[in-house]
Structure formats: structure tokens, C-alpha cells
Design a protein around this ligand. Structure first.
Ligand code: NAD
Length: 364
């Protein structure tokens, strides 16, 4: 085991003790008689690479069904995960889930503008809904999802994995406890150089927007998490260096927000460049932040007074899934509800409005 300097170890231990109550593994209460069954809608890269493997490791939920439009994927997943024929659906047959007691939760992992359709089908079948970010592409569509799941008497959560990453939670603690004084300015950026020009992420109808909707939402979340407040004012500008590839969606957007407590933020999202994944909070006595901040693993950072922020993260998807299942089992509210997803879409929409109007937009 590498030797950790005592000061750093103590700082880490104290910090862990402080964030521990926020980590689902630590707070879980009653465990179920059986694991809750999760059906994945959309077997693309996130489902195959992250969520299904995470469901092999979760203590209180398990993969119990799939929804896919591709028969070859159905056969492959059936064999790989030992699924029965009755737990395999296509997008048109989701209503049959109503008769499948093995499925408790439907996790929607399709392109952004299809989330509502699939969440409505899940709610109509009497299932809890967990939905990937962004929740949908308009505030109205988010509200329809909230209403439908509420009417079904089920729980709705949004896949904000960073809300469960102990490194992010430590930064929230530093901000809220004013460990380095008051947070005054936050700088958050996320982007990657997008490849295939034919993918749905570049089609407005399916994505709702570009890098802002896809990765800018993480920066927006950071500013809301650290301040614990809602922005009152947003101003944004956009740059396109490839008008053909980004004909339908945004390539790079920078935006500023003001929060009621006086914090100002500066964020950038881009589909044009790699290496942009971090945030920094400047405080009255120093600073702290994560770099990288938004990866699935390995997020870490520094405090200006010395200690590193570097908690091991077993698997963000295990943490978010176990927490959602625990909310259902123990009948407690999720900390990533549909209302949080709707608020983010409201602010993303205001960013697009600010760009269109060429002036700041008031949210108060
Ligand atoms: P993907 O393209 O890899 O997979 C999308 C899936 O939807 C595929 O299985 C595809 O067949 C299916 N699909 C159904 N109808 C479709 C249609 N009309 N057009 C295109 N595909 C269709 O995408 P992904 O990266 O898995 O993203 C899915 C969702 O998950 C998105 O909302 C995305 O924002 C979100 N996501 C979240 C994270 C995260 O870290 N939380 C990471 C990646 C993606």
C-alpha cells in the first residue's frame, strides 16, 4: 500500500467521515427480500459498457429485462445475462411489462428526445422510472414525464451519476461548510471531440441540442450542487467552427450565471475538443476543484490548502442504482428527482434563448 503522509491521511479520513452519510452504501436501511428488477430501454454504448456491468455488482437490484429494436442484440443479451424470453421486449411491446412482476424499475437509456415516450410506456405498465440525462429536450416534455410517473404512483429519478461520486460530494461539503471561506466564482468545463457525423447526437430531432445538452449539463449541475441555489440570470454565446457537422446542434457554448448568494459562474461545453473536464471553485481563502471531474472513474482534485481530493469510486452507476432501489425499498425520496431534471432543462433552454436573443436572460 502506498505510504500516505499523516496530514494528508487525517485530512482524507476527516473528509470521508463528513461525506460518508451522503454515500448510499452507508445510508442503506432495510434490504429487500429480493433484488428489485431493472429493465434497460436501449442497449447502446452506455447500457452495454456501464449500466449492465454495474447491475452485475449491485446489492439490491439486478438486470431483469431489456427493450431493444435489434433482434441480434436481444439474442446476445439473453445469452450473456441469462434473461428469459418473457423479459425481452421491443419498443412497441413495452405495455406487456405490466404482467411482468420481475421488473420493478425501467431505466431509459435511449436518445434524449425518446425519453418521454419510453418513460410514459414504463409508467403506464406500472413501473418506477429512472431516466438518463438530459431528462428530455423541453420543459414541457419533462413535466409530462413527471405527471405520468406521479399518476402511476411510482418514483422518477434522473441519472446524475456525479451526485453519487464521493469526490463531488467532498467538494459540496467544502463549499457548504465554507472550509476555505465563501465560494465566490465557479469555473466548470466539459467537452470532447465528437466523431461520427451521422450519429443521433448531431441530430436536433433526437438530441434536442448539442454539447450543451449532452455534457454542458454536468457543468450546470456542478454550479447548482456547489451553491445549493438556483441561478437567477444567464448569459451565453456560441461558436461554430464546423458549420456542416454542427448544422443542427451547438458545437461550443460558453455561459455565465449569477446565483442569489452572489456566486458567479463561467462554464463551457464543446464537441470540438478533448481535454476539457474540470471545475474550480474560487473562495475567499483559496480554491478547490476536480480535474478530471466528469469521468466514470478517476475523478480527483486539489484544495489550495494542501490535501488532495481523491476518494476511490467503486462504480458511479452502482452507487446511483443502489440508491434509487433503496429509495423505493425504504420509501424515501430520491435526491435526483424528475423536478431536478426539469430545472436543468429549463436553464439549458434559457442558455439557448440568451444566444438567440443576444442578451442575458433573467430567471427570477
Ligand atoms: P447510443 O447511441 O450508444 O445508444 C442509444 C440506444 O438507443 C441504441 O441502442 C439505439 O439502438 C437506441 N435507439 C432507439 N431508437 C433510436 C433512434 N430512433 N435513433 C437512434 N438510436 C435509437 O447512446 P448512449 O451513449 O448510450 O446514450 C443514451 C442516453 O444515455 C442519452 O440520453 C445520453 O445522454 C445518456 N448518456 C449518459 C451518460 C452518463 O454518463 N450518464 C453517458 C452516455 C450517455
Amino acid at each position: 500500500m502506498p505510504k500516505i503522509p499523516r496530514r494528508q491521511f487525517l485530512a482524507k479520513s476527516a473528509a470521508f467521515a463528513a461525506v460518508a452519510p451522503l454515500i448510499p452504501h452507508v445510508v442503506t436501511g432495510q434490504t429487500p427480500g429480493r433484488k428489485l428488477g431493472v429493465a434497460l430501454v436501449g442497449l447502446g454504448s452506455l447500457s452495454a459498457g456501464q449500466i449492465a456491468p454495474a447491475l452485475q455488482k449491485t446489492r439490491n437490484c439486478r438486470l431483469a429485462g431489456i427493450v431493444t429494436g435489434t433482434p441480434s442484440k436481444a439474442a446476445e443479451w439473453k445469452q450473456k445475462y441469462g434473461l428469459s424470453d418473457k423479459s425481452i421486449y421491443d419498443y412497441k411491446s413495452m405495455s406487456r411489462m405490466a404482467d411482468n412482476k420481475d421488473i420493478d424499475i425501467v431505466y431509459v437509456v435511449t436518445p434524449n428526445a425518446l425519453h418521454l415516450e419510453h418513460a410514459l410506456a414504463a409508467a403506464a405498465a406500472g413501473k418506477h422510472v429512472f431516466c438518463e440525462k438530459p431528462m428530455e429536450i423541453s420543459v414541457d416534455r419533462c413535466q409530462q414525464m413527471i405527471d405520468a410517473v406521479k399518476k402511476a404512483g411510482k418514483m422518477l429519478g434522473v441519472g446524475y451519476r456525479c451526485q453519487f461520486d464521493p469526490n463531488h460530494l467532498e467538494c459540496v461539503r467544502l463549499a457548504r461548510e465554507k472550509v476555505l471561506g465563501d465560494v465566490k466564482v465557479i469555473d466548470a468545463n466539459f467537452g470532447f471531440a465528437i466523431g461520427d457525423p451521422t450519429q443521433w447526437r448531431l441530430k436536433r430531432e433526437l438530441a434536442g441540442g448539442g454539447a450543451l445538452m449532452d455534457v454542458g449539463i454536468y457543468c450546470l449541475q456542478t454550479t447548482r450542487m456547489l451553491t445549493g441555489e438556483e441561478p437567477v440570470w444567464i448569459s451565453a454565446s456560441e461558436v461554430k467552427t464546423d458549420a456542416v457537422k454542427f448544422k443542427e446542434v451547438d458545437e461550443t457554448i460558453s455561459w455565465q450565471t449569477k446565483f442569489p448568494g452572489g456566486v458567479v459562474t463561467q462554464c463551457t461545453s464543446t464537441y470540438a475538443a478533448n481535454g476539457l473536464t474540470g471545475f474550480r471553485a474560487a473562495t475567499t481563502r483559496g480554491s478547490f476543484g476536480l480535474e478530471p471531474a466528469y469521468f466514470y472513474t478517476g475523478n480527483r482534485g486539489k484544495r489550495s490548502d494542501g490535501p488532495e481530493i481523491n476518494f476511490p469510486v467503486p462504480d458511479q452507476f452502482v452507487l446511483e442504482l443502489e440508491d434509487f432501489a433503496d429509495c423505493i425499498i425504504n420509501k424515501r425520496p430520491t435526491k435526483v428527482p424528475g423536478e431536478m431534471g426539469l430545472q436543468d432543462v429549463k436553464y439549458l433552454t434559457a442558455i439557448y434563448e440568451s444566444i438567440k436573443k443576444g442578451r442575458p436572460v433573467s430567471l427570477a
